[in-house]
Design a protein around this ligand. Structure first.
Ligand code: SF4
Length: 436
């Protein structure tokens, strides 16, 4: 019995697909990459943009011929798109051959749905309108990508940024209990994972929904970083309005906490930030950056930018451009604003022309490329802690916490941490030597 899971969208979905795999494997299924060979096909969907949904619908349509060839094939659709208003009905109407549809709030029920389908051969459509707490003890089959394991710490979001669909399809913020998170981390460390990435739509608001005031993100980081073993803790994603000095000081203090901070600004213009409902200003954000650099001088700071948000004027864009120049990020992930029905921004007037968006994103990416190159040159002589990956013709390939690839002229043991010093930047590659 074989299965395939196709994942669309963000890390949250990637980790949830690991749970879907775990449930299928506990029923005796094994993974395959051949659609013709599959007994179960799952699409774990995303609805971040209308274009993504259209692509997924096209992909579901293409499954029709497989179902015709093998009527016993089970086709399941889940994730954000099936959770979104009216989408389950739409999927069923367009693709009556789909067997199981469920949403983001009842993913833990998937195993039951498959068993039910096998025993009754009836269609199962079960999309819960509301989140109903947190379900522990779900089987997980981890991907072990570069020895990284994902650990959910909170689910949902309370922020309602005007461009984002997440609060409508993932519900309000719910935090797992610290002991459950710590137990999962201990288990992963014992299994040999070197990186544990704590996952939430807004990790900085971890614990806000729980009664105990001692349960907060800073204390959770301290507890995770105090566990025995050779590992690093990473986290994503932070919201600037909730990032506290206590969290930053904790990151600075504990060596097992990665110094990578991804802090999405989205726009450098106060007018656009207001229109996005981000609840911070450019000035507050820049103060946060100074505070981070004061406590963690070697922090690797990256960001997300949305270019061409409705109403973005040339001046607004230049504000974003100048902010990037001022912060000199280590990494910039820039996206063109794309309409998403069901969000406030979709109904805004002054949608920006695609050509203007393309021109603006091109300028930002050029700027970011120039800064990265300058920073790579400036990094010569600096020390870093990295994990060994594999031997290559350029030297032994190692990776920093931020995912940067560096080559070391030495023979190393894979999956072990080493301290290195950058010695050279040539042909767009960084080279280093081992240090103690
Ligand atoms: S913080 Fe904003 S962008 Fe992030 S998930 Fe919540 S609503 Fe979406």
């Amino acid at each position: 019995m074989k299965y395939i899971i196709k994942t669309f969208g963000c890390q949250m979905n990637v980790h949830e697909s690991e749970k879907l795999s775990g449930m299928l494997e506990s029923l005796g299924y094994t993974n395959t990459d051949n659609y013709n060979d599959s007994d179960v096909i799952v699409f774990n969907t995303c609805c971040i943009r209308d274009g993504v949904e259209q692509k997924i619908l096209g992909n579901i349509g293409a499954l029709k011929k497989l179902k015709k060839k093998n009527p016993n094939l089970i086709i399941a659709i889940c994730g954000c798109m099936s959770q979104a208003d009216g989408r389950a009905d739409l999927i069923l109407k367009k693709f009556p051959f789909v067997d199981i549809i469920f949403g983001t709030h009842n993913i833990h029920k998937f195993k039951e749905y498959v068993q039910q389908k096998l025993s009754t051969n009836s269609k199962i459509i079960d999309v819960w309108e509301k989140e109903e707490g947190i379900f522990e003890d779900v089987e997980i089959k981890r991907d072990n990508f570069f020895s990284n394991a994902w650990v959910n710490i909170n689910f949902g979001c309370n922020n309602f940024c005007t461009y984002c669909i997440v609060p409508y399809v993932r519900g309000r913020e719910r935090s797992r209990l610290p002991q459950d998170i710590i137990n999962e981390c201990k288990q992963l460390i014992a299994e040999g994972y070197k990186y544990i990435t704590l996952l939430g739509q807004n990790v900085n608001s971890y614990g806000n929904d729980l009664d105990d005031p001692n349960i907060n993100f800073a204390n959770l980081l301290k507890d995770c970083a105090s566990l025995d073993g050779d590992f690093r803790i990473k986290f994503m994603t932070s919201h600037p309005k909730d990032l506290s000095e206590d969290v930053v000081k904790t990151i600075a203090t504990y060596p097992k906490l990665s110094k990578v901070i991804h802090l999405p600004i989205q726009s450098g213009s106060n007018d656009i930030l207001k229109s996005m409902n981000r609840k911070y200003t450019r000035e507050h954000y820049l103060e946060l950056i100074s505070m981070i650099r004061k406590h963690i001088p070697n922090a690797y700071i990256s960001t997300d930018i949305i270019v061409g948000f409705p109403g973005e004027t040339e001046k607004d864009f230049l504000d974003t451009y100048s902010l990037i120049e001022e912060v000199r990020y280590d990494g910039v992930f820039a996206f063109m604003y794309s309409r998403r029905s069901g969000t406030v921004a979709d109904k805004m007037e002054n949608q920006i022309d695609e050509e203007v968006k393309k021109d603006r994103i091109h300028k930002l990416l050029e700027l970011s490329k120039r800064i990265t190159k300058e920073k790579n040159k400036e990094s010569i002589g600096s020390n870093m802690n990295v994990i060994a990956i594999e031997n290559t013709s350029d030297g032994y390939k190692v990776m920093s916490d931020s995912g940067k690839t560096i080559f070391v002229d030495d023979s190393l043991e894979p999956n072990k941490f080493y301290n290195i010093q950058i010695t050279k930047f040539a042909c767009n590659k960084l080279f280093a030597k081992l240090v103690n």
